[in-house]
Design a protein around this ligand. Structure first.
Ligand code: AMP
Length: 191
């Protein structure tokens, strides 16, 4: 059954990266979400690409829900002008809340925190804990090596075809969101 897309979680760096193209992509994604009336669910910080995507949604008149753990509230400087800010007790609760609240997931370029969030979405999909689409916004070829590694996992028999095929990839926010509309969740992993 196709789920109506109302909100999208965006995982991305708490840094800007070395190239301006990353910030520009975060802004373009934020604008695209707002234009489509999709609520942004994200980590609630004002720093790096996280702040850039939230600001872009808000400036375009869209809605943003931030989910930040108390531990990081001061360190990542929680964004003060969000539509909604949810303060949670732990990193685990942050990730669970974001997965529950969002109807789909996008990873912009980011570091280990972004990877951990993406991998949880990928693995929960395999186990059948959610049936929602997810994709990589592959800006500036940032995720090329990771995509190659997914193919390597698949070739070596550790990542089944039906799950590997489920990883959506695009360098364009609008195209990636369009592929969400025709997404069909895979079956639950068998052993
Ligand atoms: P990064 O991609 O490393 O810049 O981190 C992006 C976001 O992920 C930041 O808000 C980090 O605080 C967050 N993050 C880092 N590690 C974890 C974790 N273990 N669980 C949940 N979020 C995390």
């Amino acid at each position: 059954m196709q789920m109506e897309l109302k909100s999208v979680a965006v995982y991305c760096g708490s840094s800007f990266g070395t190239s301006e193209v990353y910030r520009e992509a975060a802004v373009r994604l934020g604008q695209e979400l707002a234009e489509r009336g999709l609520t942004l669910i994200y980590g609630g910080a004002s720093v790096g690409l996280m702040g850039a995507v939230a600001d872009a949604v808000l400036e375009a008149g869209g809605s943003v829900t931030g989910v930040i753990p108390t531990l990081l509230e001061a360190r990542e400087i929680s964004h003060r002008n969000l539509t909604e800010l949810i303060v949670v007790d732990s990193m685990h609760e942050r990730k669970r809340t974001m997965i529950e609240r969002a109807d789909g997931f996008i990873a912009l370029p980011g570091g280990p925190g972004t990877m951990e969030e993406l991998f949880e979405v990928m693995t929960w999909s395999q186990i059948g804990l959610h049936q929602k689409p997810f994709g990589l916004l592959n800006i500036n070829g940032y995720y090329d090596q990771l995509i190659q590694f997914f193919d390597h996992m698949n070739k070596e028999g550790f990542y089944k075809d039906e799950y590997r095929e489920n990883v959506l990839v695009s360098s364009d926010p609008a195209s990636l969101l369009n592929t969400f509309a025709t997404y069909h969740a895979p079956g639950v992993k068998t052993y």
